[in-house]
Ligand binder design. Structure first.
Ligand SMILES: [Zn+2]
Length: 275
């Protein structure tokens, strides 16, 4: 249930925005609404509804991942804290902060001018950009990488990771290629091409949380699949839904639509079966 928290408005509250508190993993977070805008990934152009992000029952098992194969890269040891996540709901698109103790990752950066909103989302869980070590733009579309330069300037200790095929078009450098199976800060990169050639998702297996970018969208608690006119390769995009359906997760966070926080892998599997 959204919790209105007008008292947490920051100094930028004079701008025409409303703040909602959301709860993710028991953590108060902000949802920031910005004016609607046109972006590359969807056709509705409207604002998403406030999230109904109640606490999830998923718990961290804290079991260290083992790598019996050779993923493209494996880097970063995160502290043994339960995952906390927070959503910056920018209206049309959402970005996410994933945090373990005082170390955080950002997934997607929103449209240009979103860095302060993401900073307020960090503040909502007691962090700031100095805590951000890793930034994952899921794909090259402007509503996901529009603030990457601002975010990387603020998070000056962070490394950016993305799917190799999209990196050259992201307008920022350097970005480290994070191919399928890469494990970064305990997050596994899942190559999910088709919406764009280099689209990636990231999953925290311990917490059972998947950030799917635009590989799928959510609406009213349901999950829907790729839209052909927004896919660089529609068949590939559908195959990527099948890839996500192989995963086990409880919480699903997407670029467009509200989080699903209970047994989210079930509707994804149903979608994959229906495609
Ligand atoms: Zn997109």
């Amino acid at each position: 249930m959204p919790v209105f928290m007008p008292q947490v408005r920051g100094p930028r509250q004079l701008r025409r925005r409303a703040f909602l508190g959301e709860v993710g993993k028991g953590t108060m977070a902000f949802a920031v609404f910005a004016p609607a805008f046109v972006a590359a990934c969807s056709d509705d152009g409207g604002s998403t509804s406030p999230g109904t992000t109640s606490s999830s029952s998923a718990s961290s098992t804290s079991s260290p991942p083992t790598t019996s194969e050779q993923p493209p890269i494996t880097t970063g040891t995160r502290p043994e804290f339960p995952l906390q996540w927070a959503r910056a709901n920018l209206g049309f698109v959402s970005t996410y902060v994933l945090a373990w103790g005082t170390e955080a990752a950002i997934v997607d950066t929103g449209v240009e001018g979103s860095a302060d909103d993401i900073g307020e989302t960090l503040a909502g869980i007691g962090l700031d950009y100095s805590n951000v070590n890793h930034v994952f733009p899921t794909h090259l579309h402007g509503d996901h990488i529009g603030s990457i330069n601002e975010v990387m300037a603020m998070a000056d200790g962070a490394t950016a990771y993305a799917g190799e095929a999209d990196i050259a078009s992201m307008g920022y450098g350097p970005i480290t290629a994070a191919d399928d199976g890469a494990e970064i800060f305990g997050l596994e990169v899942i190559a999910t091409p088709g919406h764009t050639a280099g689209h990636i998702a990231v999953i925290d297996h311990d917490a059972g949380l998947l950030v799917a970018g635009d590989a799928v969208v959510t609406d009213g608690g349901g999950v829907s699949g790729p839209v052909e006119r927004f896919a660089s390769d529609f068949d590939q995009a559908n195959d990527s839904v099948g890839r996500l359906a192989e995963l086990s997760f409880n919480t699903l966070l997407v670029g467009h639509g509200d989080p699903i926080e209970d047994m989210a892998d079930t509707p994804v599997a149903a979608l994959a079966a229906a495609i």
